[in-house]
Structure formats: structure tokens, C-alpha cells
Design a protein around this ligand. Structure first.
Ligand SMILES: COc1nc(N)nc2c1ncn2[C@H]1C[C@H](O)[C@@H](COP(=O)(O)OP(=O)(O)OP(=O)(O)O)O1
Length: 158
């Protein structure tokens, strides 16, 4: 891994035609609805990091996860590349609770609040919601403008 690369997770939870999102209360992406996740620690695998972050941010304990996408984000003027591993939770225990970082809420899949989310979400969620695996790259100017991007369907993910 390059020193300019950070590995993060993004964990998506669904139930009968609804998706669980959290309103980020602080830090990177504050004020945006998003899945749950964060930086992977040195002593854990990416999947372990995903499970830990989901519990820390929503109170849910993931019992079965599947990787569904890998997204790379770059920001003009910032040498750090974020490599975000996106997971779908197939089984979990518990009920979502508000935490210091996130305020969780279920949204019907046809009413995802894209206008209050990262601008990349409206591009890859349709693939995710159809069960298609994907890889993407997004170059941002600030936090609101995507200057260029690529998004491809893939059969397999590492
Ligand atoms: C730039 O576009 C992004 N779009 C989406 N949908 N999600 C993103 C984007 N950039 C980052 N993310 C995700 C990846 C993570 O799930 C969070 C960011 O995690 P954070 O920086 O808050 O990581 P933590 O380890 O929780 O940080 P602290 O403990 O330092 O608060 O957003």
C-alpha cells in the first residue's frame, strides 16, 4: 500500500426494500447521509474493520458480510487516495441506535436522499441496489464537485 493511500470501509445495511443510512454528526462528511464505516486499523483485516465500524456507529453486529464494491477517491490538492471497500450486510443482530458519530434512519429504496449525500452515491447506488458488483474512481474538487470518474461492473473483487 502506498503511503498516500488510506483503506476505509463503507457498510450498507438493507431490509425489505429499505436501506439504513446514518447522518454523519462529526468529522469527514459531516451533515451527509451515508453508510457506516471508517478507517481500517493496522491490526485488523478490512472485513474486521467493517464489522467494528458498523457496531461503533450504529450498534448493529454484522454476522455475515459480502464485499460489493471498491471505490477510490482523490481530492484536487490532496495527495491522499481513499480506497473505500463497500460491504453489504447479509445478516446482523440488534437494532440501530444513535451514536456519537451517526444518527441512523431507514429509507425506502426509492427515496434515497441523494441530495444530502456524497455526489458519487447517486452514480453507484443503482448498481449496488441491483446486486451488481462495481469498481469506481472519482476525482473531487472540494466535497461537492466530481471533475471526472469511472465506474465499471465487475465479476469479482479482491
Ligand atoms: C468522497 O466520497 C465518498 N462517498 C461516500 N459515499 N463515502 C465516502 C466518501 N469518502 C469517504 N467515504 C466514507 C468512507 C467511510 O465510511 C467514511 C469516512 O470515515 P471517517 O473518515 O469518518 O473514518 P473514521 O475512522 O470513523 O474516522 P475518525 O475515527 O477519525 O472520526 O466515509
Amino acid at each position: 500500500m502506498s503511503t498516500n493511500q488510506k483503506i476505509l470501509t463503507l457498510v450498507m445495511v438493507r431490509k425489505a426494500n429499505a436501506i439504513l443510512l446514518g447522518l454523519k454528526k462529526r468529522g469527514f462528511g459531516e451533515g451527509k447521509w451515508n453508510g457506516f464505516g471508517g478507517k481500517v486499523e493496522n491490526d485488523e483485516t478490512v472485513a474486521e474493520g467493517a464489522i467494528r465500524e458498523l457496531e461503533e456507529e450504529s450498534g448493529l453486529v454484522a454476522k455475515c458480510l459480502k464485499k460489493v464494491g471498491i471505490l477510490e477517491f482523490e481530492f484536487v490538492g490532496n495527495p491522499i487516495v481513499l480506497e473505500v471497500h463497500v460491504f453489504d450486510v447479509l445478516q446482523y443482530e440488534g437494532e440501530p441506535v444513535e451514536t456519537e458519530e451517526m444518527q441512523p434512519q431507514w429509507f425506502p429504496e426509492d427515496s434515497v436522499p441523494y441530495e444530502k449525500m456524497w455526489p458519487d452515491d447517486i452514480l453507484w447506488y443503482p448498481l449496488y441496489l441491483k446486486g451488481i458488483k462495481f469498481k469506481g474512481y472519482f476525482l473531487y474538487q472540494g466535497h461537492d464537485t466530481i471533475l471526472k470518474y469511472t465506474l465499471t461492473q465487475v465479476d469479482h473483487l479482491p
